[in-house]
Design a protein around this ligand. Structure first.
Ligand SMILES: Nc1ncnc2c1ncn2[C@@H]1O[C@H](COP(=O)(O)OP(=O)(O)OP(=O)(O)O)[C@@H](O)[C@H]1O
Ligand SMILES: [Mg+2]
Length: 237
């Protein structure tokens, strides 16, 4: 089966620093690939290379078997990759509804249909009561939910989440976990970066551990949990 998303030998350098070093990964539809590693391991840079924010120095990215390497972020988004950011990037001076309409402005559907869809999405994220408020009025955790809702609007088959739980209250974390589970169950391939290993282990079908840009371990949750290289990278010897 062709994976929904695949990278081969993906590499990104900043001067002499190799931030992402020959990373091969794949995820199938309905699968959640956890991506772990200490601060600076290269997780966000990896996502930035996949979604086109950074041009990789080497290697390739494939969406459903088609090469998208080096294309512009909006082109790659149209090819089916949605993402959220470690620090949410919402349109602060726009209403929640308008935030959600941005990624679907070019759609042929009638305005009323798109608005209905946006409202259903806000309902699902428990943000519907705030639909006419400016995004800047939301809490940090709510902005993460809004960003997730906006990302899901065009129904991308591949979803990348960078630290969705960081700085989020445990109750909202639980809510977020349920939404991510739902997203994978709906058949999307999910790439999930998190320092919250409990949530990673709960959500992931497979995990890759990065250290200094390289994959140092990969496998099922049980393989990763007790893996000496992962423990050493996290805790030192
Ligand atoms: N735009 C950039 N210019 C120069 N160096 C960068 C840039 N972006 C990232 N780096 C470097 O690349 C390495 C990987 O950074 P990255 O942000 O990908 O780590 P991360 O695994 O996401 O860490 P964290 O868990 O703290 O978010 C770090 O050493 C970082 O300093
Ligand atoms: Mg990061």
């Amino acid at each position: 089966m062709t994976p929904a998303i695949e990278t081969r030998g993906l590499t990104k350098r900043f001067g002499g620093l190799v931030a992402v070093d020959k990373v091969d990964l794949k995820a199938d539809a309905g699968e959640t690939l956890g991506i772990i590693g200490v601060n600076g391991a290269g997780k966000t840079t990896l996502m930035n290379c996949i979604c086109g924010l950074y041009r990789p120095d080497d290697g390739d990215v494939f969406v459903a078997g088609n090469r998208v390497t080096g294309q512009a972020p909006h082109v790659i988004a149209h090819r089916g990759i949605g993402r959220t950011f470690q620090v949410p990037r919402v349109f602060r001076k726009m209403s929640l509804i308008d935030n959600l309409l941005v990624p679907v402005l070019d759609r042929k559907a009638r305005d009323a249909e798109l608005i209905e869809h946006a409202e259903a999405m806000l309902e699902r994220m428990q943000l519907i009561a705030l639909r006419h408020n400016h995004a800047e009025e939301l809490s940090g955790g709510q902005q993460k939910l809004l960003e997730m809702a906006r990302m899901l609007m065009p129904d991308p088959p591949i979803v990348m989440l960078d630290e969705p739980f960081a700085g989020v209250h445990p109750v909202l974390c639980k809510f977020m976990i349920d939404r991510i589970e739902e997203t994978a169950r709906a058949g999307k391939a999910v790439l999930l970066i998190s320092h919250d290993l409990t949530s990673i282990y709960r959500l992931s079908t497979r995990v890759i551990a990065l250290n200094q840009g390289r994959i140092i371990a990969e496998g099922g949750v049980d393989d990763i949990r007790g893996n000496p290289a992962v423990i050493e990278a996290y805790l030192g010897t």
